[in-house]
Design a protein around this ligand. Structure first.
Ligand code: NAP
Length: 304
């Protein structure tokens, strides 16, 4: 099976390329790593918002499946530059889906909790969303990612939509890394405690994607680390993992930190389909944070 990963220089795409090139995806059998060939592309290989890029990449790499990790990920920037964000997330995915359909190649589209209304099931912010809950994004970025989902669903052939949330891992910026840096610079920090979500370690998500793709599963999946928390709890867990006193981080409300893009109170994704597809349980989010911090501290990561 030949797999093409878009956004291969990004946080998730780079983890996925590493994962697919490592041994043992899905255990022995027809979908195992020995049978996988992996290529990664990113912006220097072509802007996917240009309709000519996706067909050319498919001709060059002849994949059986494309995992589309490339995206506009600047949530606040998407408010002011909506047309560019929509081109990168909506139109680019539509071009890719059409090209994959025409080439008889499968497509995995990585999406986000931001496609939901953020109030939580029945208005309860502790109750997360199921795979088939209706989309109702609260900000521009969420609307562009929902447009990418629509384009994927309209595709002829095999597709997967894999929604994730609160990603951290080897990359230029992420919340866990920022808190670790701020703890070294300041005595105390305030972090919001009125938004809940499921932190997700890119390495663990890459493992799920590798299994879903090599198993050629179809449909919508929710993939995060196990458990949910607030940003404040995630910051405190980060402090604990670096050996700092978690009480140096105090809670506050989102009203104290107004941002250009509205943030959902509830970003919790409930996963049923991964279990049905035979994926083993993901590590608990606290263990994933501890694992990432240990790798950061040992200097093993690409962007320490
Ligand atoms: N980060 C999160 O917390 C989060 C949460 C939920 C879902 N997601 C989703 O997870 C996926 C991976 O996110 P990530 O954080 O790994 O993203 P990332 O680190 O920002 O990587 C995205 C990559 O895509 C490239 N790219 C952007 N526009 C492109 C275009 N038009 N054509 C070709 N390549 C393009 C970027 O290049 P440049 O860097 O040069 O622009 C970058 O290398 C995305 O679909 C995102 O929406 C992320």
């Amino acid at each position: 099976m030949k797999i093409l990963v878009t956004g291969a220089e990004g946080m998730l795409g780079s983890a996925l390329v590493r994962r697919l090139r490592s041994a043992g995806v899905g255990g022995p059998g027809p979908g195992n790593a020995a049978a996988l060939a992996v290529a990664g592309v990113d912006l220097p290989d072509g802007d996917l918002a240009d309709p000519a890029t996706a067909p050319a990449l498919l001709v060059r790499h002849t994949p059986d499946w494309v995992v589309h990790c490339a995206a506009w990920t600047d949530v606040d920037g998407a408010e002011a530059r909506y047309a560019e964000a929509l081109a990168a997330n909506g139109a680019a995915t539509a071009h890719l889906a059409r090209a994959c359909g025409a080439a008889g190649c499968g497509l995995t589209y990585v999406s986000t909790d931001y496609v939901f209304d953020g109030r939580g099931r029945g208005g309860d912010p502790t109750e997360g969303y199921d795979e088939d809950d209706p989309l109702s994004p609260v900000n521009a970025y969420g609307r562009t990612k929902a447009a990418g989902e629509d384009a994927t669903r309209a595709m002829r052939g095999s597709w997967q939509i894999v929604r994730t949330s609160w990603l951290f891992g080897d990359g230029r910026v992420n919340f866990v890394k920022t808190i670790r840096r701020l703890l070294a610079e300041r005595e105390t920090l305030q972090v919001v405690d009125d938004q809940r979500g499921c932190p997700t370690y890119a390495e663990d998500l890459a493992d799920v994607l590798a299994r879903l793709v090599s198993g050629r599963h179809r449909g919508i999946f929710h993939a995060t680390n196990r458990g949910a928390c607030t940003w404040h709890e995630l910051a405190q867990a980060t402090a604990a993992a670096v050996g700092a006193d978690p009480d140096r981080i105090t809670p506050c409300g989102s009203g104290q930190y107004p941002r250009p893009a509205a943030r959902p109170a509830c970003s919790i994704l409930r996963s049923r389909r991964l279990e049905e597809a035979g994926c083993p349980p993901r590590p608990a989010w606290r263990d994933a944070v501890a694992h990432y911090i240990a790798r950061l501290e040992s200097g093993q990561v690409a962007h320490p």
